[in-house]
Design a protein. Structure first.
Length: 319
């Protein structure tokens, strides 16, 4: 009953719903990351390490995180069992869906995922509240500090039989930045980070370029941190693949020949500058342009704002 009470006290979202809500990568896309030395070094290292994937808004970080997660999930049993060498935890932060998102949100979720599938680990924390600096494991989770949650997570890591634990954390920049900085401080400096060193704990973290996150991660001298920036050149082939697939039907509806389809594809790809979300909106503009000529479509694409936020605002104003 203590375990059930503790699990009930955690404020957790349905991570499987979040997982399903992220688009799947189209066939033959997202493969570029697995060829990068930063990824292979992180993945193959026998020691704890973190891979920090940085990219601008709309460049496909969440889709990429989901693809990495799906690949890593194949290493563990389904459903998970305590004897697995590998455990996989994940969380997709979302300021849009949860404006009050904090670092406590994903730590509570990691703890919940760990314990709900491995209830025997509860004994690692159930009788150690005083040692962990926690008054009680029952009651509302708001009474637990971020530091307390980090200690609980560390105790579970130590007690588990897993040799490797993957933690996939998407969009850290969409989390309250004050709590994110506190989390990164604990990750970097706390003695509880020794728990990460006792296992091969691998964090895969995505975010936009944020100085507080960059500083918080890359000042860590105890755990290797690999930094990978998504460049336009990395995702351009994937954008071309997406456009080839999506423009097939559009080209047929508009009676475009091969040359016109190629020009339309190249115009969108160049203007998108590596942003998949920009491509999606441009395709929506084309689909809604009934009766337009090829020339007017090209002109309409060229006149769309280059910045994604401006493009969103333009679309909202047109509703």
């Amino acid at each position: 009953m203590m375990l059930l009470g503790f699990l009930d006290s955690l404020k957790v979202v349905n991570v499987n719903d979040d997982f399903e809500n992220v688009e799947n990568a189209e066939p033959n896309t997202c493969t570029w990351i697995y060829k990068r030395s930063e990824y292979s070094t992180w993945f193959e290292s026998p020691k704890p390490s973190t891979l920090h994937l940085v990219g601008k808004m709309g460049c496909g970080k969440s889709v990429l995180a989901k693809d990495v997660l799906k690949r890593i999930m194949k290493l563990a049993s389904s459903p998970p069992i305590a004897e697995d060498e590998t455990a996989v935890l994940f969380y997709f932060c979302s300021h849009v869906n949860r404006p009050a998102e904090t670092a406590s949100s994903f730590l509570e979720s990691f703890i919940y995922q760990f314990l709900s599938e491995r209830p025997m680990l509860f004994s690692a924390i159930g009788k150690k509240t005083e040692i962990l600096g926690i008054r009680s494991l029952s009651g509302n989770s708001t009474s637990r500090s971020l530091k307390s949650l980090w200690k609980i997570f560390g105790a579970l890591l130590r007690a588990s039989q897993h040799s490797t634990v993957y933690c996939i954390l998407d969009a850290l920049d969409e989390c309250d930045i004050v709590s994110a900085k506190t989390f990164l401080s604990l990750y970097r400096d706390s003695r509880e980070s020794d728990a990460l060193l006792s296992k091969n704990v691998k964090f895969f973290i995505t975010s936009r370029k944020n100085p507080d996150i960059l500083d918080g991660l890359h000042r860590n001298t105890r755990i290797s941190v690999h930094h990978l920036v998504i460049e336009t050149s990395d995702v351009s082939p994937d954008i071309q693949t997406v456009l080839n697939n999506d423009l097939e039907e559009i080209a047929e509806d508009l009676c475009l020949d091969a040359a016109e389809k190629k020009e339309l594809r190249d115009t969108i790809a160049e203007k998108a500058d590596g942003m998949f979300q920009w491509v999606n909106i441009a395709l929506r503009v084309i689909r809604n342009a009934d009766g337009s000529t090829f020339e007017s479509l090209i002109q309409a694409i060229k006149e769309l704002p280059a910045e994604l936020k401006e493009l969103y605002n333009k679309c909202l104003l047109s509703l």
